[in-house]
Design a protein around this ligand. Structure first.
Ligand code: SF4
Length: 292
């Protein structure tokens, strides 16, 4: 049995009470259901797709890959999964961890090696956040490889909380009302990116990853701090959630419930054309007090 088919056995290792097992099964069902719904709602996967699943080594991409493999076994359509990870040559990168793990999953996988770490270090001054450039270089390499292997979709492990954080990042720092789409065509029109975990809560994914004991590789080997603006937004949302439980979910639902007529973007709504038909023959009454 491959590791991906073995979710329950894995999760119960070291968690041996019946309650723990029940809780885990509930969690697994929930994240699988949410992923299935997101995939269906946005037509993320079609028959014959070759999905390139990008694995960073973090909890989110591990969970996405394992859940996609599990979903495929019961899906009514046929699609391929190819796992791809990029070794960016950060000092201390444990290069055997992912190949050893991916070997157990029973899907094709590729380890790309590219020293983007040195490029980033040579361009960004000491003390400045490197994540922006690092992510762009990573994306470029991965998208290029997707083309080489004929991938029809590229799957990324962003979840509901990433989407809400991005909304506020764009709102507070970019003056734009935009989040992170569950499905997207890249700017050059050559790739379709999907985010199957779009409906899943980060706390669920973190719990799932803990229970599954995925071999996590931290994203701080480069020695930089995670994007500070994002951390700030994360802190704000965590405080809100503590004070008003459910607020993040409410904000997330609002993203699927947009009223362009109640915003100010003239390209989304024809404010110029707003008119009502009136009867031209009507005049103003001569009296001042009107009993209705
Ligand atoms: S933490 Fe380091 S490796 Fe991760 S995205 Fe930022 S710069 Fe890149």
């Amino acid at each position: 049995m491959s590791q991906a088919d073995n979710g329950e056995a894995h999760a119960t290792h070291g968690r041996d009470t019946r309650k723990d097992r029940l809780e885990f099964n509930k969690l697994r069902k929930r994240v699988r259901r949410q992923m299935g719904k997101a995939i269906a709602d946005f037509s993320m996967i079609e028959a014959g797709d070759r999905i390139m699943v990008c694995i960073s080594g973090g909890k989110d991409s591990h969970a996405m890959l394992e859940l996609l493999i599990s979903l495929r076994s019961s899906a009514p359509i046929d699609f391929e999964i190819v796992a791809v990870t990029l070794d960016q040559k950060q000092p201390g990168y444990p290069e055997d961890v992912l190949p050893d793990y991916l070997e157990t999953l029973g899907v094709p996988f590729y380890i790309l090696e590219k020293d983007t770490y040195s490029v980033v270090r040579s361009i960004i001054p000491e003390g400045k956040t490197t994540c922006g450039l690092c992510s762009r270089l990573r994306r470029g390499t991965l998208y290029g490889f997707a083309e080489q292997i004929g991938a029809t979709k590229i799957a990324l492990g962003h979840h509901r909380d990433d989407i809400v954080e991005t909304l506020f990042l764009n709102l507070f720092f970019g003056g734009k009302l935009k989040a992170m789409p569950p499905k997207l065509k890249s700017d050059d029109g050559r790739h379709v990116v999907i985010r199957p975990l779009a409906y899943c809560r980060e706390s669920d994914i973190a719990e799932y990853a803990r229970a599954m004991q995925f071999p996590i590789i931290p994203c701080n080997l480069c020695g930089t701090q995670e994007n500070l603006q994002r951390q700030e937004i994360k802190g704000m949302l965590t405080d809100w959630e503590r004070q008003y439980p459910g607020r993040t979910e409410t904000i997330f639902r609002a993203l699927g419930n947009v009223a362009p007529s109640h915003l100010l973007d003239q390209s989304l709504f024809d404010f110029q054309g707003l008119k009502v038909e009136v009867d031209d023959s009507l005049g103003l009454p001569d009296i001042r007090v009107v009993n209705l």
